[in-house]
Design a protein around this ligand. Structure first.
Ligand code: BD4
Length: 278
């Protein structure tokens, strides 16, 4: 169990180049002085007072830490250490050197269905693991699907950023208006109860993009995108999907369903004939 260290992170880790940034703050490569091992440090500014718009609520970050402490799976990034101070918290995370899945795909001509299935099966195994522990990610999108290494024959997928993840308590209703318009499910926009099916919608969107390079609900503006999502308005443009198998389209159709109860579960996805041919 990771305890929250109160030392200065720079006493134990050498801080190196910035790897990225987000709504939370910055991610920097860092090196553990005692072992020489490299990690990713997620530096999160914490709110000075409850009403402040700057920084994140400390309890929101502690929730992410508590969730990460429960997770140990080859397709989920690992938490190594946590530091807390007055103004920020630092999560020391497994370093994932291969960058984002979608940058990897952008470098290639096109992704075959076979390659897409190889990536998707790993994403599904990671999501099956968290759903089996009653945890939903709630922010599955291409930026949060990374490759451990990229210049290898079979790159390994790592799901990152559990900043919006929630433990789904029996009977408790979780609603939130978070996420990125292109990937969020109708129930998020309609402020209806969220759960594992919300992640399954996002997987449907990710699959559509893996096979076409296009985002199914993308509009000219965020508002148009949200309208497209709520209406479930998407299509398989023949110019793009002409070569795509019917099984692949069926897989996507069974996820991009407005009613969360109608969508395939992650276990059903793993045995869908497109993923697991008989
Ligand atoms: C090489 C590289 C480049 C950018 C990185 C990361 C690694 C990275 C990492 C993580 C997170 C939460 C964000 C990260 N980012 C920010 C962008 C993530 N979409 C992480 O947990 N491990 C990483 O290596």
């Amino acid at each position: 169990m990771t305890s929250f260290k109160h030392e200065n992170v720079e006493d134990l880790y050498e801080l190196l180049e910035k790897l990225g940034s987000g709504h939370f703050g910055e991610v920097k490569k860092c090196r553990e002085k005692s072992t020489g091992t490299y990690y990713a440090g997620k530096f999160i500014k914490t709110r000075k007072c409850k009403g402040s718009r700057l920084g994140l609520d400390r309890d929101q970050i502690e929730r992410e830490v508590f969730i990460l402490q429960q997770l140990e799976h080859p397709n989920i990034m690992r938490l190594h250490d946590v530091f807390t101070s007055k103004a920020e918290m630092v999560l020391i995370l497994e370093l994932i050197r291969g960058g984002e899945l979608f940058d990897f795909i952008a470098e290639k001509e096109a992704l075959s269905e076979e390659d897409a299935i190889e990536f998707l099966e790993q994403i599904l195994k990671g999501v099956a693991y968290i759903h089996s522990r009653s945890i939903a990610h709630f922010d599955l999108k291409p930026e949060n699907i990374m490759l451990l290494e990229k210049d290898v024959p079979h790159p390994k997928i790592k799901i990152i950023d559990f900043g919006l993840a929630q433990k789904i308590e029996d009977g408790a209703v979780f609603k939130s208006m978070c996420g990125t318009p292109q990937y969020i499910a109708p129930e998020v926009i309609n402020y209806e109860p969220l759960g594992p099916p919300t992640d399954m919608w996002s997987i449907g969107v990710i699959t559509y993009i893996l096979l076409s390079g296009l985002s199914p609900f993308q509009g000219e503006t965020d508002q148009e995108t949200l309208t497209n999502v709520v209406s479930g308005n998407y299509e398989f443009d023949d110019r793009i999907f002409k070569q795509t198998s019917e099984l692949a389209k069926d897989f996507i159709r069974q996820l991009l369903l407005k009613d969360p109860r109608d969508r395939m579960t992650v276990v059903e996805c793993l045995i869908h004939p497109w993923i697991k041919p008989l």
